[in-house]
Design a binder for this molecule. Structure first.
Ligand code: ZN
Ligand code: ZN
Ligand code: ZN
Length: 304
């Protein structure tokens, strides 16, 4: 980061404290290093790019439901939260317990810092109970500090007061795979149409009248109304048509062109308004990019 930015940031703090914070982003979905928020993932799910495959549950703040949590250790006596963890020694005779370094290590023998006696035999003179947590404030030593949880919004709670949130796991839908496959063809068509001065775009987002955001594979914006183009290799699946029809109703100012690789069943053809949804059967097996360019240019010519 630029030093100017750091200096400005430092100045902006004034007398305020710069304190460490455990930054934890909470729930994220990782796709090979690309991190997506649950909101983004949900948007993709609503666009049928993802299919729910499993469920997971995570503890969350009982006040704000944040899953960005970190653990706090507290002293059970004074509630102090600055604790050190040390290997402990206990002197049996005077019952003093402290970190091993405090029993000064002279001539390979320990000396008790409280009573000054030398400790010689472990198990007889002194014990090594293992690690313990010592409170910096009241010096109390415990193996079991009080465990609390703090969320990124600063709400502190007991661990068993946390809520559980259920979240979903996903796999990529066949529609998303199909989009990925046709993506290069669509990019090629976009470039060609741009050379003709047409405003074409790939994988764009359009908000429908219902407020739903649709991911459109291919869209042309400057014919008299917007045109979207979908590719449906297998056009005799009623579910896919239902989605196209629903989207067409939600985007009233859009003409949908559906490119198919096979002829369509008459029953399906009868289910939609052909002035809003047009079929482009690729009977000559052209490349998708060629077919789209040809069709769009034909439409533009028809207007002139
Ligand atoms: Zn919270
Ligand atoms: Zn304490
Ligand atoms: Zn002692």
């Amino acid at each position: 980061m630029d030093i100017n930015i750091i200096l400005l940031a430092l100045r902006s703090i004034g007398d305020g404290e710069i304190r460490p914070k455990i930054k934890n982003l909470g729930l994220l979905y990782d796709i090979n290093g690309i991190e997506l928020t649950p909101e983004k993932i949900n948007e993709y799910k609503e666009n049928d790019l993802l299919i729910t495959t499993s469920r997971y549950s995570y503890p969350a703040c009982s006040v704000c439901n944040s899953t960005a949590l970190h653990i706090i250790f507290e002293c059970p006596t004074c509630k102090g939260s600055i604790l050190t963890k040390d290997d402990m020694i206990v002197h049996y005779e005077c019952n003093h317990i402290a970190p091993a370094e405090e029993f000064k290590h002279g001539d390979s023998l320990y000396t008790c810092p409280k009573c000054g006696k030398q400790l010689s035999k472990v198990g007889i003179d002194y014990g090594r109970p293992g690690f313990g947590f010592r409170c910096e404030k009241c010096k109390f030593i415990t193996q079991y500090p009080v465990i609390k949880v703090e969320c990124d919004n600063g709400h502190v709670s007991n661990i068993y007061d946390l809520n559980m949130v259920i979240v979903e796991g996903y796999k990529v839908s066949s529609m998303a795979n199909n989009l990925a496959k046709m993506y290069e063809e669509l990019v090629t068509a976009t470039k060609t149409l741009k050379d003709y001065g047409l405003d074409a775009d790939v994988l764009c987002k359009v908000t429908g009248t219902s407020g739903v955001v649709h991911i459109i594979p291919f869209m042309i914006k400057d014919v008299d109304r917007n045109v979207v183009i979908d590719h449906m290799p297998n056009p005799n699946d009623a579910v896919q048509w239902f989605k196209i029809i629903a989207r067409s109703i939600d985007l009233p100012n859009v003409l949908s062109i559906v490119v198919t690789d096979k002829p369509i069943d008459a029953n399906i053809l009868a289910t939609f308004n052909t002035s809003r949804i047009r079929i482009l059967y690729n009977k000559d097996g052209l490349r998708l990019s060629e077919l789209i360019v040809k069709e769009v240019l034909r439409m533009v010519e028809d207007q002139i």
